[in-house]
Design a protein around this ligand. Structure first.
Ligand code: GDP
Ligand code: MG
Length: 316
């Protein structure tokens, strides 16, 4: 089983170089996130750009229509603890909300307007968070291609919004985090990353375990399950499969079909408004990732030392 997502260091390197070139001419960074996974839908490079250049950032939690409103509020408060960060939750279904992004940009770069100059913004984010939809909404016309497309290289776009704001699209593709396996599952579950090496059944098991703990009522209601949810992920998926008639010859539950149903209903919002991660979960996960990285580094150092000893022994 693999729980890694596709990642292309070459593309990332190219994107980094291109962005670093244009960053000095940017006043405000607009970082678009998926409101259902505000941590996992981050691109780790954006933080470095921000810190190195000391630019203010508007964090846009898009697709709030699919996320748990209470959790979205928690996330906004959490994200705004950081200096120079303003956060806003929007859905591109609401044009007014999209335009509020620009009001925040104005607040973050007041000196530009005082000088009678345009505020130069750059929109960044991993694929599928809604960047193109936001650009088109702000431009009032279709200037960016939307939808689920693979990583194609595009022309860099720069649009003068005629209201004192200039908007640039990120050059290149910014991939999500890869070190945290939980993030990989959440990106797959929400459909943020579709072509993963992950198996539907693995993603569904991860998802049902989280949902049973965080949103048990939604699961019970949707799949007409008893008040006492089964203990294990596999039993829960079997119960869902039986309710939905996902049976194989001989009456066994077709786990693959049941998994597809769960994931599709999560992705399109049929299950309800769900957020797949909470601020307090992330601290522990970051520690786990750091511990794992340290363990790997130690192992590598040990192997290196052993190779060296072997080499010296053989030489004698
Ligand atoms: N439910 C929901 N879907 C959205 C929203 N914004 C964008 N989408 C959808 O998300 C998908 C990716 O959008 P796109 O703008 O192409 O993302 P990009 O890859 O970041 O440019 C498309 O299918 C959009 O219709 C939103 O606020 N809510
Ligand atoms: Mg796009």
């Amino acid at each position: 089983m693999s729980n890694t997502i596709q990642w292309f260091p070459g593309h990332m390197h190219k994107a980094r170089k291109e962005i670093e070139e244009v960053l000095p001419k940017v006043d405000v960074i607009i970082e678009v996130l998926d409101a259902r996974i505000p941590f996992s839908s981050e691109n780790p490079l954006i933080k470095t750009f921000r810190e190195k250049s000391n630019k203010p950032v508007v964090k846009v939690l898009n697709k709030r229509d699919l996320a748990d409103p209470e959790m979205t509020q928690l996330w906004i408060a959490h994200l705004e603890k950081e200096q120079g960060v303003k956060a806003i939750a929007i859905t591109t279904e609401n044009v007014n909300e999209v335009h509020q992004i620009m009001e925040l940009c104005r607040k973050l770069a007041p000196n530009r307007e005082d000088m009678g100059k345009n505020i130069r913004t750059m929109i960044m984010g991993i694929p599928n968070v809604g960047k193109s939809t936001i650009i088109n909404t702000l431009a009032g016309r279709s200037v960016a291609v939307t939808g689920n497309q693979p990583a194609v290289t595009r022309q860099q776009q720069r649009i003068n919004l005629q209201n004192g704001i200039v908007l640039s699209d990120t050059p290149g593709i910014l991939w999500p985090k890869v070190e945290n396996p939980h993030s990989g599952f959440r990106l797959a579950a929400t459909g943020a990353v579709k072509d993963t090496a992950m198996d539907y059944v693995d993603v569904a098991f991860f998802t049902i375990e989280y949902l049973a703990q965080a949103y048990p009522e939604l699961i019970k209601a949707r799949y007409d399950l008893d008040d006492d949810l089964p203990e294990s992920d596999i039993e829960m998926m079997e119960a869902i499969g039986r309710k939905r008639g996902c049976l194989k010859a001989g009456g066994r539950v077709d786990l693959h079909k049941a998994s597809e149903i769960l994931i599709n209903e999560l992705r399109n919002g049929t299950l309800g408004r769900i957020t797949m991660e909470r601020p307090e979960m992330i601290t522990q996960e970051l520690i786990d990732v750091a511990v794992e990285a340290e363990r790997k580094a130690e192992e590598k150092a040990k192997q290196k030392e052993e190779r060296r000893k072997r080499y010296l022994r053989n030489k004698r």
